[in-house]
Design a protein around this ligand. Structure first.
Ligand code: C6P
Length: 413
């Protein structure tokens, strides 16, 4: 098959065949899907698991006195166990949310809202997605705490400037909320050094793992973080499902965030008491089918050779970066040495949105704009970028198609 080949133990033709959407032909052209940092495509196993839940088991969880409810509850809780073992946590430490955004809001409003005081500081970085900025702004405004930002390295290659870290993360720092991998540029942050500094001053650490989780194994114990947030839809699972990992002792001490059914132990008109973990943080009916299908995504992932996938992604990044460097008028934004397979760039004299539209017309799907990182774009002094984000099912032939399409864009613009 054109554009597919074996890389290491990765059989790309077989892998691609598992993703039905890759056979789509937008505008009659073969789909070249390079918007994987926004959401990955779903393998057949995940699509089938979602349909099977609605066809065979559809029921509410934890409350029905019937067989369907038991099956749905068992599959729902099974998925929690799968996440727990994926990230090396215990099941009570895995809270279902709607996504990374909701997971971070939970920590900001529950932990931050309950513990921050005037004089306290929350530290984030210049690379953060809005989801890891706005909740902290809100909670700082409410509690009187101050938000501080680790700046970009002056080279503007997308790395952080750690030269003044000891002045930024200080005895007053209560929370370090940090993106593990930048969605806009693909840069991998040196989280171990940053977490070590946070630990030295007694601060708690939240990692935004939205982009990291799909590119390398995550072990929350080895990372030594207190909270870890990610979304199922960036890890081959459905939208509307996310995970908050929290250290058990912290989750136990935190007040509930959203309240209502399921998260209570007892309710009277005067007062209520809370359910045990993890249910204390899971008010209302969750996205049951989505959670179960995410369990199928983890099963699918566990059957893959993740090392071969990572090697293939590294090859795609290297191959794409070489072509980008040779391409007239193309400037890579965030050309740092440690990156996931994301190529963010600008074409001289063209607005990223125009480039995106013209690529789309040739079947090449990328994301353009500020990537929900407006402060980062401001710091770099640019309106946005064109972002090609690769997944294991992408091929070198697709990289060639991207650059062939870009050549047409360059001539046109
Ligand atoms: N980034 C992108 O195209 P949600 O929307 O809750 O699933 O994830 C939010 C989020 C938080 N942090 C990071 C680092 C992210 O990359 C994202 C989502 C997508 O880059 C959509 S904006």
């Amino acid at each position: 098959m054109t554009g597919t080949r074996m890389t290491g133990t990765l059989d790309l033709a077989t892998l691609r065949a598992e993703f039905p959407i890759l056979a789509e032909r937008p505008y009659g052209k073969p789909l070249v899907y390079l918007d994987n940092a926004a959401t990955t495509q779903k393998p057949r196993a995940v699509i089938d698991a979602l349909a099977a839940y609605y066809e065979h088991d559809n029921s509410n969880v934890h409350r029905g006195a019937h067989c369907l409810a038991e099956r749905a509850t068992a599959a729902f809780e099974d998925a929690r166990e799968k996440v727990a073992s994926l990230i090396n946590a215990s099941r009570e430490e895995v809270i279902w949310t709607r996504g990374t955004t909701e997971a971070i809001n939970l920590v900001a409003h529950s932990y931050g809202g309950d513990t921050l005081k005037p004089g306290d500081e929350v530290v984030i970085s210049s690379l953060e997605h809005h989801a890891n900025i706005v909740p902290w702004q809100q909670v700082c405004a409410r509690t009187g705490a101050t938000l501080k930002v680790i700046p970009l390295h002056p080279s503007h290659n997308g790395e952080l400037d750690l030269s003044r870290l000891e002045d930024i993360i200080t005895e007053r720092t209560r929370i370090l909320a940090l993106v593990q991998v930048s969605n806009a540029l693909g840069v991998i942050n040196p989280v171990a050094a940053l977490i070590a500094r946070a630990r030295a001053v007694g601060a708690k650490v939240l990692l935004d793992g939205a982009q990291a989780i799909s590119h390398f194994p995550v072990d929350v114990q080895a990372l030594d973080c207190d909270f870890y947030a990610f979304s199922a839809h960036k890890l081959f699972g459905p939208t509307g499902v996310g995970v908050l990992y929290g250290r058990k002792a912290l989750l136990e001490a935190m007040p509930p965030w959203q309240t209502g059914g399921e998260m209570i132990e007892t309710v009277t008109f005067e007062a209520s008491t809370w359910n045990q973990l993890p249910y204390k943080f899971e008010a209302g009916t969750p996205h049951i089918g989505g959670v179960i299908a995410f369990g199928a995504a983890i099963d699918w992932l566990n059957q893959q050779d993740r090392a071969a996938m990572a090697a293939h992604e590294a090859d795609l990044l290297h191959y794409a970066t070489e072509q980008a460097r040779a391409f007239p008028g193309l400037k890579i934004i965030g050309d740092a040495p440690t990156k996931i397979a994301v190529l963010s760039f600008l074409l001289e004299g063209s607005h990223p949105n125009d480039v995106g539209t013209l690529l789309d017309q040739q079947g090449v799907a990328v994301r353009t704009g500020h990537h929900c990182t407006m402060p980062l774009m401001n710091a770099l002094g640019i309106p946005g970028t064109v972002r090609a984000a690769f997944a294991p099912y992408n091929t070198r032939a697709e990289v060639d198609q991207l650059f062939a399409a870009l050549e047409k864009v360059r001539r046109f613009l």
